[in-house]
Write a protein that binds this ligand. Structure first.
Ligand code: SAM
Ligand code: SF4
Length: 345
């Protein structure tokens, strides 16, 4: 006999399936739009950030995450803006880490610029975080400072060291930038190989105004990055997948993998299993489309769990088949007006 659900032990709801039969199992949650860096492809030098009352509280974020977990989300990534600049974010991470401990969630991860990682690594590990993605576009202090408009590479390196010391596995994400880090890709592969970090290259996506900068000038297709890498490394295609959009190669000389995340040169939408929740409670069903669903309004109007789940299901029913990023003529507005720091990378 199947026991009836009780308030304490609700049965799992039917999983989230979108109109293209993709099961939604991965939620990225942006906890802030603020950041202590100003990466040239991500933000303008002068940014206006959201007033605090617009942001979901940590309790509201945790409640929404709980609803998604009940609806079958198994993997959750905390991002931003820079997630580690939000005060008390560790409270949220501990709360979600307990869901991993309880077996409700398979994985809790974080994407960070690592500037604050040195002081948080131990607490993150204790909360159950086993893997972290770190965005790091250059190993040269001057180039790093230029890309991030003032960032201190030493601080990031200290963060990586602290994470390693507590056994957190690191994946380094590098945005491929023509004229900026194109001379460094071999060094990055060699360094990641030595340090035992996974590595992924990302193409610049047309998200948000940059204040005069042209993304087309920065855009370096990964097909070209791969060609460049192949001049020095033996790259072997692999069928390895993480469920995300990256395609991987093995590097014979380092024995490690490199991922290529190519939203522009490769259609990566068929296997999309993810949605993104912003720090104001907007649910974006696709990184590359404008449509979103407001979950903050029902949450703040006192919605019951069933009502919240209905709102989430209604949003998933609108998940589009794919994005249509494309770089067209110079001087055009970006394909999407919002920055990556709003939707969460
Ligand atoms: N601050 C954290 C960090 O940098 O890792 C998390 C948020 S950041 C928005 C997440 C990822 O988005 C980073 O890897 C960053 O390089 C990437 N990103 C930001 N703007 C981008 C753009 N226009 N195109 C491609 N990647 C972008
Ligand atoms: Fe900040 Fe990350 Fe955007 Fe860089 S990519 S400005 S670190 S949010």
């Amino acid at each position: 006999m199947i026991a009836a659900p009780t308030a304490d032990a609700p049965t799992r709801a039917a999983p989230l399936i979108d109109p293209f039969a993709r099961a939604i199992r991965y939620l990225r949650v942006s906890v802030t739009d603020r950041c202590d860096l100003r990466c040239v492809y991500c933000m303008a030098e002068k940014m206006t950030f959201l007033p605090r009352k617009e942001l979901l509280t940590l309790e509201e974020l945790e409640r929404l995450c709980g609803s998604f977990i009940r609806l079958g989300v198994k993997k959750l990534r905390i991002t931003g803006g820079e997630p580690l600049v939000r005060r008390d974010v560790l409270d949220l991470i501990r709360g979600l880490g307990a869901r991993v401990e309880a077996g409700e969630l398979e994985e809790l991860t974080l994407t960070t610029n690592a500037t604050q990682l040195a002081r948080h690594a131990e607490a993150l590990a204790a909360a159950g975080v086993r893997r972290i993605n770190v965005s790091l576009d250059s190993l040269d202090p001057a180039t790093f400072a230029k890309v991030t408009r003032g960032g201190d590479l030493k601080q990031v390196m200290a963060g990586l060291e602290a994470a390693r010391a507590v056994g957190i596995h690191l994946k380094i994400n590098v945005v491929a930038l023509k004229g900026i880090n194109d001379g460094e890709v071999h060094d990055l592969v060699a360094w990641a190989g030595r340090e035992g970090h996974d590595l992924a290259f990302i193409e610049v996506m047309p998200l948000g105004e940059l204040g005069g900068l042209e993304r087309l000038d920065q855009y370096w297709p990964l097909s070209e990055v791969r060609r460049e890498l192949a001049t020095r490394w033996t790259l072997q295609d692999t069928l390895y997948r993480t469920g995300g959009p990256a395609r991987y190669v093995d590097v014979a000389e380092t024995g490690r993998r490199i991922g290529f995340i190519t939203p522009l040169t490769h259609n990566f939408c068929e296997s999309c299993n993810r949605v993104r929740l912003t720090c104001t409670g907007q649910l974006y069903m696709c990184l590359g489309q404008e449509d979103s669903a407001d979950l903050r309004a029902p949450l703040r109007a006192g919605a019951s769990e069933a009502e919240l789940e209905d709102a989430i299901r209604a949003a998933i029913a609108r998940k589009p088949k794919g994005h249509d990023f494309i770089y067209e003529r110079r001087g055009q507005a970006p394909a999407l007006s919002r920055h990556m720091s709003v939707t969460g990378g």
